[in-house]
Ligand binder design. Structure first.
Ligand code: NAP
Length: 310
């Protein structure tokens, strides 16, 4: 019998308890899944970075920390965490992100706001959007989520480019990496989607220089992390028309304060960090599989590279 401590909000516990127990059974595991335990008896912690466990040092028998989120900031630099840390790669999370991103890319591409917000008796004829094949989408980050979005956008005929740290090959996607690749991708991205993790190397990666490298009037969709973008530079770029529109799901401060200029900006859409989330039924399978692997000494899935920060 192994003990797994669940360290996240009570809402998450209510959503995950049943699916996790089913997944453990399906994987032939005997797991004592608990909300509280004597630290020295805990084998695995299933956690959210903002969960109650912040000091991992009392957990002397701990084998791994299994994150419920894809993003690991808040855990990756925790000096008390000295066992493998696994991030969440969940098919449900990826599917949800692909739906949210394609929805917002299509909305920007088709200029839907003109008619949704313009129900004012003015017949605005003659504004036919180009075909998707003539609008290029660039995705910063070609990981689990970036690739899912790239594939969904390719299926809609958008020419898709992606950028990652290591060179990649993804069917139908023009792949770039490194500093030169970053500039090459920016030059062609009529719509730019940010799906990078937040690390020291990606903080403010979309600064004034990068915004200027985009085609004039480019549109931005950010479901990655708020601090990937320099907010002041984005507001300045919107004001001069360098950036046409921005749809932002994540922010440096969340909730986004009511007085923040993004709320009132006519060409910014704010969504409250709802692009996608870990889905209990599919994510529980991933957690159970990792505990199974841990118990038989196999390599764990999705182990975070603590040096790279993701
Ligand atoms: P992932 O699988 O780890 O992929 C990250 C991608 O970013 C990889 O392609 C990686 O390159 C690339 N990358 C990282 N650092 C880089 C750098 N310095 N330069 C160039 N490329 C770099 O992560 P994921 O599961 O796709 O998730 C991405 C992010 O989405 C998460 O970290 C989180 O912040 C965000 N997220 C948001 C929501 C929401 O609801 N808004 C939900 C879930 C996740 P390599 O392929 O070479 O490693």
């Amino acid at each position: 019998m192994v003990t797994a401590l669940f360290s996240a909000s009570t809402e998450r516990w209510d959503a995950f308890k049943g699916p996790l127990e089913q997944a453990f059974e399906a994987h032939g595991l005997q797991v004592n899944l608990v909300l509280e335990a004597t630290p020295g008896e805990v084998d695995y912690i299933v956690c959210a970075p903002n969960g109650p466990v912040q000091d991992f040092s009392p957990f002397t028998k701990l084998k791994a920390v299994l994150n419920l989120w894809a993003g690991v900031e808040g855990l990756v630099d925790n000096a008390t965490l000295n066992v493998p840390l696994c991030r969440m790669v969940d098919s449900g999370l990826s599917e949800g992100m692909a739906e949210w991103v394609t929805g917002h890319v299509l909305r920007l591409h088709l200029g839907m706001d003109t008619h949704i917000l313009g129900q004012d008796g003015v017949w605005r004829a003659g504004r036919i959007p180009p075909l998707a094949r003539d609008r290029s989408v660039g995705i910063l980050g070609l990981g689990a989520l970036g690739q899912a979005c790239a594939q969904a956008l390719c299926a809609l005929n958008f020419p898709v480019s992606g950028w990652s740290r290591s060179p990649k090959s993804v069917d139908g996607v023009t792949c770039y990496s490194g500093d030169t690749g970053f500039e090459q991708l920016l030059c062609v991205a009529d719509i730019l989607v940010l799906l990078l993790p937040l690390t020291p190397a990606t903080h403010h990666i979309l600064d004034a220089t990068a915004l200027k490298a985009l085609p004039k009037g480019a549109m931005i969709v950010n479901p990655g992390r708020g601090p990937l973008i320099d907010d002041a530079a984005l507001l300045a770029a919107l004001d001069v028309g360098q950036i046409g529109q921005a749809t932002l799901d994540v922010f440096a401060t969340e909730p986004l304060p009511p007085e923040h200029p993004f709320w009132a900006h006519p060409r910014v859409t704010v969504t409250p960090h709802i692009a996608s989330e870990t889905r209990p039924s599919t994510a529980s399978q991933v957690i159970a599989e990792n505990i199974r692997r841990g118990e038989v000494g196999e390599l764990l899935l999705h182990v975070v590279d603590r040096n790279a920060g993701y």
